[in-house]
Design a protein around this ligand. Structure first.
Ligand SMILES: Nc1ncnc2c1ncn2[C@@H]1O[C@H](COP(=O)(O)OP(=O)(O)OP(=O)(O)O)[C@@H](O)[C@H]1O
Length: 260
C-alpha cells in the first residue's frame, strides 16, 4: 500500500492505542472475492475515512467488524480480541460499545424524538432512572443542536435534522467506536457539510474512534485524520487528505480530480 507520509505531522489527532486491528482480511461471496487483503489499524480517538468506488466492499468490512459477517481469512481484532472467535454474549457486549450510523438514520416514525432517544437507553443499556434518562437525552440533543425538537415527530423534521437525531440516537449510548456508512448521502451540500462538522465535533466531545465510509470528498476533508483508499479488495493508499491530494497514483488521483 502506498503510504503518503507528507504532512502526517499535521494529522489532527496523535497516534494512540490500537482499537481495531485488521490483518490480511479476506471475504468472498461464492466466486466473487470482495475483500482480498485488507490491512488497517485504527487508533483510539482517530477518525479514519474509507474511500472506494461503489460495490468495493466497504460495508462488508464494517459488517465483519461487528461480527455480522464472518471473514474467510485473516485477522480482525477489536479491543485486542478476535471478533470471529467471540461467542454470542461476547458479540453482544462488543456491539454495545459500537454505534452505527446507517444511510437511512433509521428513526421510528411513530415515536417522538424523545421516545426515539429513550429507546436505546431503556432497551440496550436497560437504564431505569428517569432523571438520568432525561439528562442524557438533553445532553445529546444539545450536542447536535436540536434541544427544541425533543417532542417532535421525525416527519416534522428536515432530512438534515433527522440525520442529526439519528446521530444523537447512536451517540446516546456513548459508544467507544462509531461506524458511519455514507453519513451524508442524499443530503444537499450545505446539510452534508453540517453533518460532517458535527461528526468532527462529536469525535472531540465523546473521544470516539471512528470509521467513516463515504464517497463525499468534502466529508472526508472535514472529518478525516487519515484516509485509506480501497481498490479491488485492498487498501492501496493511506495518508491525510492533503497528502493524498498530491499523490501521483492514478487511482488516488481519480478520487481527488474534482477537488480544488
Ligand atoms: N451478504 C451478502 N451476500 C452476497 N453478496 C454480498 C453480501 N454483502 C455484500 N455483497 C456483495 O459484496 C460487494 C460489496 O458490497 P458492499 O456493500 O460492501 O460495497 P460498498 O463498497 O459498501 O458499496 P457502496 O458504496 O455502494 O455501499 C457487492 O458486490 C455486494 O453485492
Amino acid at each position: 500500500m502506498e503510504e503518503v507520509k507528507e504532512h502526517k505531522a499535521h494529522a489532527k489527532t496523535p497516534k494512540k492505542g490500537v482499537v481495531i486491528a485488521i490483518k490480511g482480511l479476506k471475504k468472498s461471496f461464492g466466486k466473487k472475492e470482495v475483500l482480498k487483503d485488507i490491512n488497517l489499524e485504527v487508533h483510539s480517538g482517530e477518525n479514519v475515512v474509507v474511500l472506494g468506488k461503489s460495490g468495493e466492499g466497504k460495508s462488508v468490512t464494517i459488517q465483519c467488524i461487528v461480527g455480522m459477517l464472518v471473514p474467510d481469512g485473516g485477522s480482525l481484532k477489536v479491543f485486542g480480541d478476535e471478533v470471529a472467535d467471540m461467542n454470542a454474549e461476547e458479540l453482544k457486549q462488543l456491539r454495545m460499545k459500537i454505534g452505527f450510523l446507517f444511510q437511512s438514520g433509521a428513526l421510528y416514525d411513530s415515536m417522538t424524538v424523545r421516545e426515539n432517544l429513550e429507546f436505546p437507553l431503556t432497551r440496550v443499556l436497560k437504564l431505569k432512572d428517569e432523571h438520568e434518562i432525561q439528562e442524557r437525552i438533553n445532553e445529546v440533543l444539545d450536542g447536535v443542536g436540536l434541544l427544541d425538537s425533543v417532542d417532535k415527530l421525525p416527519s416534522d423534521l428536515s432530512g438534515g435534522m433527522r440525520k442529526r437525531i439519528g446521530l444523537a440516537r447512536t451517540l446516546i449510548i456513548k459508544p467507544e467506536i462509531m461506524l458511519y456508512d455514507e453519513p451524508t448521502t442524499g443530503l444537499d451540500p450545505i446539510t452534508s457539510r453540517e453533518i460532517s462538522e458535527l461528526i468532527l465535533s462529536m469525535q472531540k466531545k465523546y473521544k470516539t474512534t471512528s470509521i467513516i465510509i463515504t464517497h463525499d470528498m468534502e466529508c472526508a476533508r472535514i472529518t478525516a485524520d487519515r484516509i485509506v483508499i480501497m481498490n479491488d479488495g485492498k487498501y492501496i493508499a493511506e495518508g491525510t487528505f492533503e497528502a493524498l491530494q498530491k499523490s501521483k497514483d492514478q487511482i488516488v488521483k481519480e478520487f481527488f480530480k474534482d477537488i480544488s
